[in-house]
Design a protein around this ligand. Structure first.
Ligand code: HEC
Length: 173
C-alpha cells in the first residue's frame, strides 16, 4: 500500500513537469497568436511579399515594377534645370546633347548605337517606363540606380523637353 501511495505522489508531482517540458521543447506545439512567425513573411529564396497598398519606398517615390506609378516630380523650371545638368553629365556621351543618339560614344558602339531618345516610340512610352530604363539600364546601357529617384525623374522630365512634349509655358525655357 505504501509503495502505491509514493507512486501516486511522485506521479502527481512529475506529470506537470513532463507536460511542461513537452511544451517547452515544442514537442507539443500550440500556435499562440503572439508567435512572431505567425505574420506575413517570406523565407529565403521566396518571392517578396506584395507591397502594402499606398506604401512609399524609403528612398522616396520611385518606380515599382507592376505598379503604374505616376511621375511625382512636376516638370517645372527647377526640375528641368536639374534634369538638363544630369543628362549632360550621364547621358549625353551616348545619346548626344539633344538626345538624337549622336553622342561621342556612338563611334564606338556601331553594333548597338545609342537610341534616339526623341524618336516617336520613346516619346510614346509612359514616364514610369523611362524611369525604369534609367534605373535598370539595358543590354548596352548602364544602370543609373545610384542617382536618387528625384534625379531620375528630373531626367525623365528633361527627356520630355527634348522630345518637344512640354508646352513652352511649362518648360520655362
Ligand atoms: C554607354 C552608353 C549609354 C549611356 C551612358 C546611356 N545610354 Fe541610354 N541607351 C544606350 C543604348 C545603346 C540604348 C539602346 C538599347 C540597347 O542597345 O541596350 C539605350 C537606350 C535607352 C533608352 C530606351 C529607349 C527605348 O527604346 O525604350 C532610354 C530611355 C535611354 N537609353 C535613356 C538614357 C538616359 C536618360 C541616360 C542617362 C541617365 C542614358 N540613356 C545613358 C546607351 C547609353
Amino acid at each position: 500500500m505504501k509503495g502505491l501511495r509514493i507512486l501516486v505522489v511522485v506521479g502527481a508531482l512529475v506529470t506537470p513537469l513532463i507536460v511542461g517540458l513537452l511544451f517547452t521543447y515544442e514537442i507539443i506545439k500550440v500556435d499562440w497568436i503572439s508567435f512572431m512567425e505567425i505574420q506575413p513573411s517570406y523565407r529565403p529564396m521566396e518571392d517578396p511579399l506584395p507591397l502594402p497598398q499606398g506604401s512609399v519606398p524609403v528612398e522616396g517615390p520611385a518606380f515599382v515594377p507592376g505598379v503604374d506609378w505616376p511621375n511625382p516630380v512636376p516638370a517645372d523650371e527647377v526640375s528641368l534645370a536639374r534634369g538638363k545638368q544630369l543628362y549632360q553629365i550621364y547621358c549625353a556621351v551616348c545619346h548626344g546633347p539633344q538626345g538624337k543618339g549622336d553622342g561621342v560614344m556612338r563611334a564606338y558602339m556601331k553594333a548597338s548605337p545609342p537610341k534616339d531618345l526623341t524618336a516617336q516610340d520613346v516619346a510614346d512610352k509612359p514616364d514610369a517606363a523611362l524611369f525604369a530604363t534609367i534605373t535598370n539600364g539595358t543590354a548596352n546601357m548602364p544602370s543609373f540606380r545610384d542617382l536618387t529617384p528625384r534625379e531620375r525623374w528630373d531626367i525623365v522630365n528633361y527627356l520630355r523637353l527634348l522630345q518637344g512634349k512640354l508646352a513652352e509655358s511649362e518648360s520655362g525655357q
